[in-house]
Design a protein around this ligand. Structure first.
Ligand SMILES: CC(C)(COP(=O)(O)OP(=O)(O)OC[C@H]1O[C@@H](n2cnc3c(N)ncnc32)[C@H](O)[C@@H]1OP(=O)(O)O)[C@@H](O)C(=O)NCCC(=O)NCCS
Length: 292
């Protein structure tokens, strides 16, 4: 399926006005193309699963992708979760979704098991690390904000340095598609999605990038990469220290980053730069168009 065919146009969901109001009263969002499935126990609303099409992933991977954002049971936990997982999958299949994703804290084992029972498989354990910006290092030599004409260098680099993320790890997704997604991601970052794009230069050439976002007092390392041939020479550390220096100077209070538990190089890097593990989540994928 090509990117143009991967767009979803889900029909309106079957919620009645009272159910919609009940979900919204729980603070659950139903806008932005989201669709909800619900389960009742007797007359009582017992839980919901809410999913949303993912436009960027769909366009870049060339398959219709969506994410289950919420799967919650308020009554009769295990059977309700199993029912919700089955209904969400059926609804996504009807809408033409080919790749479904869900990310849940490790402690949500009941929901994880319910998703596994309908074909989801774990693809990564995502660790979130954080550190306060007190005592941040100085801006290292060789690190600076990307010039406008360096955005494309960063994008090309991003298209060849990732191996551990959920798209590259999933054997059912072609590495070429996963590379293309990372390349587009950084192209978008350079075009304004990122709050700051730091680069490492060697002999006047970009050898690494660190695309960061800002959310109030929190700065986030969104995506960082060093050219494979330049790894192990201190550029990654300099890029992280550069981000710490940049955001300490601009008044942010903490820096946050996510990485896979199997990405030993980046975990070692963040921990040696003063980050500590804050939380862990499992990411699951289901390829809905395939026989399992
Ligand atoms: C993670 C990455 C950015 C590190 O960049 P780098 O330039 O190779 O790292 P550095 O040379 O600055 O090393 C810094 C520290 O990282 C750790 N590290 C780097 N490579 C490592 C490896 N292969 N194994 C274990 N630790 C490693 C070490 O703690 C090292 O500290 P040291 O200087 O005391 O040896 C780089 O490996 C990369 O681009 N990986 C692919 C993209 C990616 O996975 N990005 C992270 C997404 S969250």
């Amino acid at each position: 399926m090509g990117p143009a065919e991967a767009q979803l146009s889900p029909a309106a969901d079957g919620l009645d006005a009272a159910e919609r109001a009940a979900l919204e009263a729980r603070g659950l969002r139903l806008d932005g193309g989201r669709r909800a499935v619900t389960v009742r126990v007797g007359d009582t609303l017992a839980g919901t699963a809410i999913w949303q099409p993912l436009a960027f992933e769909s366009a870049e991977l060339g398959i219709a992708a969506a994410r289950i954002e919420t799967i919650e049971a308020w009554q009769g936990a295990a059977p309700v979760l199993e029912d919700l997982a089955a209904r969400a999958v059926s609804d996504m299949k009807d809408a033409g979704v080919a790749l479904a994703t869900c990310r849940l804290p490790e402690a949500r084992l009941g929901a994880i098991n319910a998703l596994e029972a309908v074909g989801f498989r774990m693809v990564e354990c995502l660790l979130t690390l954080a550190r306060p910006l007190d005592g941040a290092p100085k801006m290292p030599a060789g690190i600076g904000l990307a010039e406008t004409d360096e955005g494309e260098d960063c994008a090309r680099l991003a298209g060849r340095c990732f191996t551990a993320d959920r798209f590259h790890i999933d054997p059912r997704i072609a590495n070429s598609a996963a590379d293309r997604l990372k390349e587009s991601w950084i192209r978008n970052s350079a075009a304004g999605r990122a709050d700051a794009m730091l680069v490492a230069r060697q002999d006047g050439r970009v050898v690494g990038f660190n695309a960061c976002m800002r959310n109030g007092p929190t700065a986030v390392i969104d995506l960082i990469g060093v050219a494979p041939e330049a790894q192990g020479r201190g550029h990654g550390r300099a890029l992280v220290e550069g981000a710490l220096a940049h955001y300490a100077a601009s008044g942010a209070e903490e820096m946050v980053v996510g990485t896979q538990s199997g990405n030993i190089a980046s975990l070692a890097l963040y921990q040696s730069c003063g980050f500590f593990i804050r939380s862990s989540q499992f990411t699951l994928h289901a390829h809905l168009g395939e026989n399992r």
